[in-house]
Design a protein around this ligand. Structure first.
Ligand SMILES: N#Cc1ccccc1Cn1ccc2ccc(-c3cc(N)[nH]n3)cc21
Length: 241
């Protein structure tokens, strides 16, 4: 089953990286297919206008609803989730990425200016789920960068895309915690040594150490994640860290 991704934008070249590396190989293998569409294709004036002044006044311009409705009617398979990046969205998280990776595909609407007329999201909800999401608490100039981030996070979770399943199952955030530190050769480098337990060959001790480091790092850098863990997520050993 091919995971289908369509992106509608006024800057199609911005999405060129979607053809590279991991996603490129996944596309060649038929696991993922990507379509990028220029919104201006669905305008009907000589200037190919996609924006207009905001009702109620205020700075900047807002994207007109009609070109979006025409584009989505052509591009979006019925029932496919429409993802609209926005600074005012719900947080996009690893859990959301995993949820979406199990669906048949996604359509992304990349806004620019001050965003897209809100009625587009309302209208689109008639034909399937609509998710207005934020990739972080900062304001970008448009949705394209957010789409590159989300496509990368979602497609690496599509079965078969990442060869070694373990490398995604032990991701940061996969278990609600940050992953701990990683090391490789040499064992001693510029006076800095790899923690001895990792050289011990004692797999149980390594697993305990890694869990402790993950908890320690999460408590230090993201106490909010620790607080959000379900009650039964931490063992007595965990609480001793
Ligand atoms: N909307 C809006 C907006 C509102 C005020 C000022 C500037 C913009 C720019 N903009 C237009 C489209 C668009 C899409 C996504 C983001 C976005 C997502 C995250 N997580 N940060 N920023 C921003 C976007």
């Amino acid at each position: 089953m091919t995971f289908r991704i369509d992106v509608v934008t006024i800057f199609p070249d911005y999405l060129a990286p979607l053809r590279q590396s991991l996603l490129g190989r996944a596309a060649e293998r038929g696991l993922v297919s990507v379509g990028v569409h220029d919104l201006r294709q669905w305008t009907d004036d000589v200037h190919r206008t996609v924006d207009d002044a905001p009702y109620g006044g205020g700075p900047g311009m807002v994207m007109r609803p009609e070109p979006w409705a025409r584009a989505l009617a052509d591009v979006r398979p019925p029932g496919t989730r429409l993802v609209v990046p926005t600074p005012a969205g719900r947080p996009f998280t690893q859990a959301v990425a995993a949820e979406w990776a199990a669906e048949p595909g996604l359509v992304f609407a990349c806004g620019r200016y001050e965003g897209i007329d809100q009625r587009v999201a309302e209208w689109a909800a008639q034909d399937g789920p609509v998710s207005e999401v934020s990739i972080g608490d900062y304001v970008l100039a448009g949705g394209e960068s957010a789409v590159l981030v989300m496509v990368e996070a979602v497609t690496r979770l599509v079965p078969g895309v990442v060869g070694n399943r373990e490398s995604v199952e032990f991701d940061s955030h996969a278990d609600g915690l940050l992953e701990g530190p990683s090391y490789t050769r040499p064992a001693s480098w510029r006076g800095l040594d790899v923690p001895a337990v990792l050289l011990s060959g004692d797999h149980a001790a390594v697993a305990r150490w890694r869990r402790a480091e993950s908890l320690r790092r999460t408590a230090d850098r993201r106490p909010d994640l620790l607080a959000a863990l379900p009650e039964d997520a931490l063992s007595p050993d965990d609480r001793a860290v």
